[in-house]
Design a protein around this ligand. Sequence first.
Ligand code: NAD
Length: 426
Amino acid sequence: MRTLTVPSTTPATTAPVSPGRQALDTALFQLDQAADRLDLDDSLRAMLATPRRSLTVSVPVRREDGRMDVVQGFRVQHNITRGPAKGGIRFHPRTDVHEVTALAMGMTWKCALAGIPYGGAQGGVSVDPASLSTLELERVTRRYVNEVLPIVGPERDVPAPEVGADRRTMAWIVDTYSVNAGYPVPGVMTGGSTSGGAPERAEATARGVRFATLRAICGSPEGRTVAIQGFGKVGAPAARHLADAGALVVAVSDSTGAVVNRSGLDVDRLRAWSKETGGVRGYREADPLSHDDLLELDVDVLVPAALEGAITEQNAPRIRAGLIVEGASCPTTPGADRVLADAGITVVPDILANAGGVIVSYLEWLQEAQARSWSAREVDARLRGLVENAFDTVAAVSAECGITLRQAAHVIGVGRVAEAHRSRGL
Ligand code: NAD
């Protein structure tokens, strides 16, 4: 197997590998495997392994006490051969250019797999939003947008809120972009009603997780037990939608802690508690649990919906769920994948399971382009159709080639992008 690397501007160092670098190594490994199966030549491999554009910016932040800090921001467009770039914006202290590149690459394959005409991008700011006042966060967000402005825009690269971003950050992004443009540009961002987009977009990723889970279960979800790591924009609505489908959500975690109730959690009450207290920790109608124990619970379905690298070669042997549905991006390392495959645990990969958000962004765009409006029910039916179709295609390739769902998903996604490169003569 040939090994893919991306040129690095970082000097050689003996420092431990950052989580971002690990995520990028994982992304390159997955690309490498798919490229081998597709028998791609070296030049095409190199093109697919390298982001088309990668912008690193310095974001000065004037703190309320008058101090000035400088944080780094990034916007990476991995590939725009199949359409304009699309991808999240994240605010997290460990965000670096490697992590952003890995997520942008995953987005490219995700859009290709879903059959929607977008390329892959990702942005981020290496800051902990909880460490900033609202005013400071607004300053960071607006300054970041001003810095990446030359490469984003409705026809070029459309961000959506991701880890650490919310409706407020979205509103600041739309406003800053619009002020610069000189007219309102609600379409510069997708991700919920604040941007002028469809209200159903806010929960679309979680809806996609639900459809992918039900397809993978191949039967009634009634009474199946579910544990969810991460209770944010993906995890919390996914808990609600899986409970609505009849599953029993027994455990949930977020950065404050984890809770378990074997009889099933009341998801709405837990959401209200989390909103009121800032996290799930201390929820009275459940027992406390450690973060690690949540991943290792004896449940039917485990949904990692937090950050990269949650399931590793170390904890994978202790995972007892029969099915893992990746709400998060890159939550499973390649070493863990091998352990899970050997144990017969099915993993519905991120680029399939969490595609609901970008699919509904595409459906929003279709409605605008056709000057028509679909009901929430119609949007949901189309989302379901696209997720189920992608799932069935992946499952068929997996069965035919004797490979995992993740490998099959990458063969399809990478293959479609490679084909687009060939047909455009790049
Ligand atoms: P978010 O910031 O809204 O939520 C993240 C959640 O994870 C929070 O509840 C946080 O407390 C929790 N968390 C962080 N560290 C944790 C830990 N060690 N253990 C348990 N919980 C922990 O972010 P989000 O938008 O929900 O994104 C979550 C994941 O889903 C990311 O990997 C993201 O790339 C992926 N994703 C999100 C979307 C979307 O539409 N938001 C779309 C596709 C993929």
